[in-house]
Design a protein. Structure first.
Length: 196
């Protein structure tokens, strides 16, 4: 399903970010397999083809400001940072956020801001965002995140309950602020945990 042709810039970003740098040592032999892998804390790192597909939907440019919900190990974060001007990434689990920050700093990224928070709240003091990506599924896309998306912006997220089938959505906000939703297919993500 996610074997669509990937734009050149996204393919370049995927090649520039070594997935093995973002995995626990015992999973290194599986780094190049196209499948999700566990990273601890009941979280996973997504399969590379899905990361590429979701990233491509955002249509990023070097001027884009991106909000990522669900930093995890920082793999998707690094790929976004290869394409966008600024990346703001939120992780609810402090240990994952600290490890991702250390890893991304070691790899030399200077256009990423990370913090521990409830992702459904977004990052109000950094709005608006040209693009927003969620790497965890919510029963419905949080309204606060839609409000933080710029007009003519794009949001990619899985929507649905954790124990049922989920749908990957592309949400476009028009220049006039209207919302258009596009179904990109069935997916399976960990749930978005929020107090909202």
């Amino acid at each position: 399903m996610f074997a669509h042709e990937i734009p050149t810039d996204v393919a370049r970003a995927m090649r520039a970010v070594p997935r093995e740098q973002f995995l626990p040592p015992d999973l290194l032999p599986q780094a190049h397999e196209d499948k999700p892998l566990p990273i601890g804390h009941d979280q996973t790192i997504s399969q590379p083809s899905l990361v590429a597909f979701m990233t491509a939907q955002l249509a990023l440019t070097p001027l884009s400001r991106v909000l990522e919900i669900g930093t995890g190990t920082g793999y998707q974060t690094a790929i976004l940072a290869e394409l966008a001007g600024q990346v703001f990434s939120i992780e609810r689990i402090p240990e994952l956020c600290a490890a991702a920050k250390q890893r991304l700093t070691m790899l030399g990224y200077k256009n990423i801001a990370l913090r521990v928070d409830d992702g459904a709240r977004g990052w109000p003091e950094a709005v608006p965002f040209d693009a927003i990506i969620l790497t965890a599924a919510a029963p419905e896309i949080p309204h606060r995140l839609l409000a933080q998306l710029k007009n003519a912006g794009r949001l990619v997220a899985p929507e649905g309950d954790p124990d049922e089938s989920q749908t990957l959505l592309l949400i476009e906000k028009t220049a006039a602020g209207a919302i258009r939703r596009f179904d990109l297919g069935a997916v399976r993500f960990v749930p978005l945990v929020s107090d909202e």
